[in-house]
Each structure stands twice: as C-alpha cells, then as structure tokens.
Design a protein around this ligand. Structure first.
Ligand SMILES: C[S@@+](CC[C@H](N)C(=O)[O-])C[C@H]1O[C@@H](n2cnc3c(N)ncnc32)[C@H](O)[C@@H]1O
Length: 271
C-alpha cells in the first residue's frame, strides 16, 4: 500500500518497450534472487518505468508468480499519467496494478524494484541520486535491479543494488547472435556506458572479453556457447573475479562484484 502521495520524482522519457524484451533479467531474478522474495513478509515488487505499454510488467508478474511465489504483487509505476491510464485494462488486482510514481516509489516499500531502460535517458550525473532515492524506499533487505538492454533483449547489462549501494554488474547476451563481446558495451547501464574508455575498469573488462573471445575462435565450430564458456573461463583465469556459476555462463551471462568495474575517473562531460 502506498503510504503517502508526493510529486513523482523524475521526468517523462521515451516509452519504447517490447514483449519479452526483459526475459533475461527476469529469468536471472527468478534464478538468483528468488529467496529474497520468498522470505519477504510482503511480496511486493515495483516495475519502475514500464513504458508505453505495460507488457513487461505483465510478464514480470507472470514469471515471478510461476517461478517464485503465487501471491507476488507487482505494481507498475510510471511517471507519465497517460501511460498509467493506458495500462489499466491490463491490471489484475491484487497481483498486478498500475499507478503513477517515480524514483520515490509513490510511498511503496517493495522487496524488489526492477527499473529497466529508465536511467538510460537521464544524464550520468543523475544516476547516483536516483539509485539512492530508490534504494531508500526499499523494504529491509530489498533489492534494486537497474539496467539497460536492446530493443529485443538480446544484449543487456544490469546493476544489483541494496540499501548499501551497488553490489554487482551482470552482462548478458543472446549467444546465437553475438558477434563479439564488444557489442555488450552498447548496452551497459547508464553508470557505465560512457566509461568504456581507456583507464576505466569496464573498458579493461570488455577488452579482456573480446581478446578471449578471439582466442577462443577454435571453439566456434562447437557453437557460440562453447566459445563463450571458454571466453569467461579465460577471463576468470586472468584474475577477474567472476561471481556467477558456469551454469549461468552457459546462458550468456557474466556477473562481477561492482567494485571491480566501478568508474574510477571523474565524470566525463554531460551528455
Ligand atoms: C524506454 S521506457 C522502458 C520501458 C520498459 N521498462 C522496458 O525496458 O521495456 C522508459 C519509461 O520510463 C519512464 N520513466 C522515466 N523516468 C521515470 C521515473 N523517474 N519514474 C517512473 N517512470 C519513469 C518513462 O516515462 C518511460 O515510459
């Protein structure tokens, strides 16, 4: 339940969305952080900035209800009141509702917030403030998953945060259509997308992945999955502290602790 009405924090941005676009991050949430939702006294999830149609909020509810707990309640929050009105026919209370809200989460205290392709259209200088506002609104032990993906959900990257700040970065690709890991640079979360420049750790990581991918070319005849598995193993052998299990690598994923790839240099000129 919302506890207070306040002016939504943020600005209306492009509403581009697509069915199934967020399947990778949704499946990762179900697989990796189901415990947080199962343990939550109130299984409340906010889909922040669902866009011009509520399709990805509908899908999130379905995936969490099937994979984590049937009594999950997803609230789609949008800062654009027209999009809130347009989403109402898709509501299915109490499991799925739509309301106006911004980074302040409209007074909700969710166990999980998914905010995808929202900060991409803000300036990098606004990211830390948005993260802080959202994580302040989480229930105790709650999590924020904030990231970016392409229109079809083939390439993406997301940051996991809790009340203490960012914890990890996950990169994910549809291996069957991946030409090289360098493509992941185009869909980094806003906090990193302008940091793929020499001297920044994320640049070193992308370059290490790309080099390892080239070195693993002999595995290409066995399929892109084999090539990716050898790529990630090689990068780990170089000392990158890959957090996730090889069974997630098989899906085209890679997770690292945030401090490993956090920006180290002053912010570039705003754009
Ligand atoms: C590109 S759409 C993303 C839709 C969907 N999440 C997806 O990934 O396909 C971004 C949406 O975020 C909304 N938005 C931007 N800032 C917001 C904020 N502070 N709070 C809530 N919604 C916001 C915009 O109005 C827009 O509809």
């Amino acid at each position: 339940m919302a506890t207070r009405a306040s002016r939504p924090l943020g600005v209306v941005t492009r509403g581009t969305t697509n069915p199934n676009r967020l399947r990778r991050v949704d499946n990762w949430i179900v697989e990796t952080y189901a415990d947080v939702l199962r343990a939550a006294p109130d299984p409340l999830v906010v889909d922040l900035g669902y866009g011009a149609t509520p399709v990805t909020a509908v899908e999130l509810r379905a995936r969490l209800a099937a994979g984590v707990r049937a009594d999950v309640r997803v609230v789609g929050l949008e800062i654009d009141p027209v999009r809130v009105a347009d989403a109402q026919p898709a509501a299915d209370p109490p499991g799925l509702t739509f309301a106006r809200g911004g980074f302040e989460l409209a007074g909700h205290r969710p166990a999980l917030v998914r905010a995808f392709n929202v900060l991409r259209q803000y300036d990098e200088s606004e990211v830390a403030g948005a993260w802080a506002t959202i994580t302040t609104g989480l229930a105790p032990g709650g999590l924020l998953v904030e990231g970016t993906c392409d229109e079809l959900g083939r390439l993406g990257g997301w940051v996991l945060l809790d009340a203490t700040g960012p914890r990890s970065l996950t990169l994910a690709a549809r291996l069957a259509t991946l030409d090289s890991p360098a493509e992941l640079a185009e869909r980094l979360p806003k906090a990193l997308i302008h940091r793929n420049v020499p001297g920044e750790p994320i640049h070193d990581l992308i370059r290490a992945l790309d080099d390892a991918w080239r070195a693993a070319a002999s595995y290409a005849p066995f399929g892109p999955r084999q090539r990716w598995l050898h790529t990630v193993a090689a990068v780990r052998a170089q000392g990158w502290p890959i957090l996730n299990h090889p069974r997630r690598w098989r899906l085209g994923e890679l997770t690292l602790p945030w401090p490993t790839i956090a920006p180290t240099q002053p912010r570039p000129t705003p754009r």
